[in-house]
Design a protein around this ligand. Structure first.
Ligand SMILES: Cc1cc2nc3c(=O)[nH]c(=O)nc-3n(C[C@H](O)[C@H](O)[C@H](O)COP(=O)(O)O)c2cc1C
Length: 228
């Protein structure tokens, strides 16, 4: 059965290369007005969204690049221990492997030579995929993060879907909030907030191999247990 949301759920994908084209404010507001219908615990609507673009965004990216080049130890508000069971690690490795080999093959076809020496991924990542803006999702520090960030997750997926059906791309990122102090410098009034994720948004470059590699999902039986 195909429902009104089937296509959006399956076609939305992380977009990691954008066209140099701004997102109109009205369109962004329309997306956010739709996404605010996401559920939240006891309807607290605990997630705050900071839209970072223009000069402050450029300043943030410059500093992010400097920190990445100097390999400053990351200090996010939401700590990722990166511990995981082996089956999850295997899926992560499969993603990296599939993505890298697809991109290498496509770029070879397009006559694009790999950069020599290669730019370290976190340094290249500081360009935030050439997106015209990021939405930084934050919540009051007082809220217990492991539970509270569930609200932010619901909002993040809602934003991604509402953007996708309007022809915009998004990429939810943890890496771009890994230096909370840099965000606190450019985002006003955030001393009492924890940063959860940054969502890159813009018009997708549909030709870019990084936006075209095949994605997979595990079968339902692999993650669902029926107990009757
Ligand atoms: C909490 C979270 C953090 C993520 N952080 C990053 C990131 O830092 N960089 C990145 O390129 N993608 C990031 N992603 C995107 C995932 O890699 C992506 O959603 C996953 O590989 C599935 O691919 P798809 O979204 O294209 O279906 C993140 C996604 C989530 C939900």
């Amino acid at each position: 059965m195909t429902t009104p949301i089937t296509e959006a759920l399956k076609e939305r994908r992380a977009i990691r290369r954008y066209l140099p084209k701004p997102v109109p404010d009205d369109l962004l507001k329309e997306i956010l007005a739709e996404a605010r219908w996401a559920p939240s615990a006891t309807n607290t609507q605990s997630t705050y969204v900071y839209v970072l673009s223009g000069e402050p965004f450029e300043q943030f990216k410059t500093e992010l690049k400097m920190y990445s080049e100097s390999e400053v130890p990351e200090a996010p508000d939401l700590v990722n221990t990166r511990d995981m069971p082996p089956e999850l690690k295997a899926r992560q490795e499969e993603l990296f492997r599939t993505r890298m080999s697809f991109i290498a093959a496509e770029e070879a076809k397009m006559g694009i030579k790999p950069q020599d020496p290669p730019v370290p991924p976190l340094v290249a990542g500081a360009a935030i995929f050439g997106a015209p803006l990021v939405l930084v999702l934050a919540m009051p520090k007082i809220i217990g993060l492991p539970y509270g960030c569930f609200d932010a997750g619901m909002l993040a997926q809602s934003i991604a879907l509402a953007a996708h059906v309007r022809g915009l791309g998004t990429c939810i990122t943890g890496s771009n909030v890994r230096y909370a102090e840099l965000l606190r410098k450019v985002l006003p009034g955030t001393d009492d907030k924890s940063f959860i994720v940054a969502i890159a948004m813009g018009y997708p470059d549909l030709e870019a191999p990084v936006n075209r590699f095949p994605r997979t999902r595990i079968p339902v039986d692999e993650f669902v247990t029926f107990v009757r």
